[in-house]
Design a protein around this ligand. Structure first.
Ligand code: ATP
Ligand code: MG
Length: 568
């Protein structure tokens, strides 16, 4: 079908200009500032990865691949209160599924806790860090604002000896949570609030997924991150723009510590996607409140969700290449992501016939009990995909919205007295309709023209519409889940409340769908095109349920829907 074939996006040609980060990497390698490029993807294991993370993964692993370097997977596991093994496992699965491999370079910030502690002592001895007894609220009050400088804590002038003693006792567990912190001693009057004596360590009597009860003080992100980069020899530490104001602190720490290498931080604009919320915290809330089935609900923008929905990993990589990498915030249209998905599935997904809202059609002049088979093309874009047999008989199902008793102009499908083509089979004409006592159409009675076998008439007449169908006696009954956007508006949360913008009709479950026999026993995850309807993927709920369950991945472009929309 031509409806869904779109111009291929293709891979970026060699001549395509590099984005600003790749330009920096290329220049650094050319100038000999680095022998090899080393990047990292540093998720905090406090939730599942989403499509925004996919952008970062494709960037970091992509650069390593393109420039012959390496990319580390590093868990930024500095907050044991929110981190779980489930997330650690899911993140690894998702990065692999996207097609990337960290080889032996799997690391954790917690691998460096002992070194980070030693370096904190180093700062204290150099008079560049101190233990503060102010509460979190008091520290915030003292910090000042964008227009007012901060004020010194009364503990800022503590002696080095006292600081060493207190910090060591913090580690030993002598103090309760929140009673003390270690702060860098930089500049309470700095124009950059991040430099107003940022917190480096806090007390948390909590068990850690990897270090267990070994620690009751944990480093902050700002302290752990750059030092982990330096320990691993990261050359280009690439992160999102919200860390731009943290870069002076990143540099200050690297300069003031005996680190083995000098990494640099570069910031790019995060991915924002229309109709989508990309915040782990909010996605966790949707799961916890039961507003979606799970983290991998096909409506979720998580990598596991879009995998279950049927998005292929190649389409995500293609998308990441198309949106590029820039310094300025913008919002990408969700339709661009769908375009990438259609583009790949059009080339790779086999075609099948499925009727989602069945209407019975009896071919009155076709012999009862007779069956014949037609050869159906599996993928017109890929001759090597071959053909399959599709059974035909006297009783069929067609899509109920392919028939109208009183059709408006431009509705070319079946109507009383009208002839249409049944895909691969015959031309049929609707002679009669049967209604139930409520006046609903329950059956169409049609005749077929035996001379049109295969779908073409010897006299050359050609109906405007070709319908998909399934043979009633041969059909498999299944469930199909139709998904729309999770939100009702392209900018969810713009009025301040994401939950208020949730789409109450984002999932529609259709049971009693009739599928051609070849759709009966496909492995979970198989992606197919239902002719004229869209791309669909076998859901994991199929297993052991005795019926196939399909998720709609994405629609085809539907010209009728467009005309309808315009007419409204
Ligand atoms: P969230 O905002 O969803 O809670 P996060 O930034 O807290 O995400 P991390 O685990 O810290 O989650 O992110 C790991 C990496 O992914 C970071 O380098 C971060 O900059 C990057 N990242 C997170 N969200 C996006 C996004 N929307 N677009 C691009 N990169 C992102
Ligand atoms: Mg983060």
């Amino acid at each position: 079908m031509s409806e869904d074939s779109e111009p291929g996006a293709g891979a970026l040609p060699e001549s395509e200009p590099l984005d600003f980060i790749r330009e920096i990497v290329a220049a650094d390698l050319k100038a000999g500032r680095h022998q090899t490029v080393v990047t990292r993807f540093p998720p905090e294991p406090n939730g599942y990865l989403h499509i925004g993370h996919a952008k970062s993964i494709c960037l970091n692993f992509g650069i390593a691949r393109e420039f012959g370097g390496r990319c580390h997977l590093r868990f930024d596991d500095t907050n044991p209160l929110k981190e779980e093994q489930e997330y650690i496992d899911a993140i690894q699965e998702d990065v692999r599924w996207l097609g990337f491999d960290w080889g032996e370079h799997l690391y954790h910030a917690s691998d460096y806790f002992e070194t980070l502690y030693e370096w904190a002592l180093h700062l204290i001895r150099a008079g560049k860090a101190y233990v503060d007894d102010l509460s979190a609220d008091e520290i915030r009050e003292h910090r000042g604002t964008l227009t007012e400088p901060g004020r010194d804590s009364p503990h800022r002038r503590r002696s080095i000896e006292e600081n060493l003693d207190l910090f060591q006792r913090m580690r030993k567990g002598e103090f309760p949570d929140g009673s003390r912190v270690l702060r860098a001693k930089i500049d309470m009057a700095s124009g950059n609030i991040n430099l107003r004596d940022p917190v480096l360590y806090r007390i948390l009597h909590a068990s850690h997924p990897r270090t267990g009860g070994a620690w009751c003080i944990y480093p902050t992100y700002d302290y752990a991150h750059g030092q982990s980069d330096a320990i691993e020899g990261i050359t280009h530490s690439i992160c999102t723009l919200e860390f731009e104001d943290h870069r002076p602190l990143y540099d200050w720490l690297v300069e003031n510590l005996p680190v083995p290498s000098r990494p640099r931080q570069y910031e790019f604009a995060r991915l924002n996607l229309s109709y989508t919320a990309l915040s782990k915290r909010f996605l966790l809330r949707l799961v916890n409140e039961g507003r979606v089935r799970s983290w991998d609900d096909p409506r979720m923008p998580t990598i596991s969700g879009i995998r279950r929905r049927g998005f292929p990993p190649g389409a995500i990589r293609e998308f990441a290449g198309m949106i590029g990498v820039a310094k300025r915030e913008s919002t990408v249209d969700y339709a661009m992501l769908e375009h990438c998905v259609r583009d790949e599935l059009n080339r790779t997904a086999q075609r099948r016939m499925a009727v989602l809202r069945p209407l019975k059609l009896v071919v009155t002049n076709y012999p009862a009990g007779q069956t014949e088979e037609f050869d159906a093309v599996n993928n017109p874009e890929d001759p090597s995909a071959g053909t399959r047999k599709v059974p035909f008989s006297r009783e069929l199902f067609i899509e109920s919205d392919d028939f109208m008793e009183d059709p408006p102009k431009k509705f070319y499908r079946l109507a009383p007295g009208r002839e249409v083509r049944l895909r691969y089979a015959y031309l049929i004409t609707c002679q009669e309709l049967v209604k139930n006592e409520r006046g609903e159409i329950v059956e169409l009675r049609c005749t077929y023209d035996p001379a049109t076998r295969g779908g073409s008439a010897p006299d050359g007449r050609s109906p405007k519409a070709t319908l998909h169908w399934v043979s009633a006696a041969h059909a498999v009954t299944g469930e199909v889940r139709i998904y729309g956007h999770l939100f009702t508006r392209p900018d969810p949360g713009a009025d301040g409340d994401l939950l208020a913008d949730l789409n109450p009709r984002s999932e529609e479950v259709l049971t009693g769908c009739r599928l051609e026999p070849a759709l009966g026993e496909l492995p979970v995850g198989t992606r197919v095109q239902f002719e004229r309807l869209g791309y669909f993927c076998v859901d994991a709920d199929t297993k052991g349920s005795g019926r196939p369950v399909f998720n709609r991945t994405v629609t085809l472009r539907d010209s009728w829907a467009k005309i309808q929309a315009k007419g409204k």
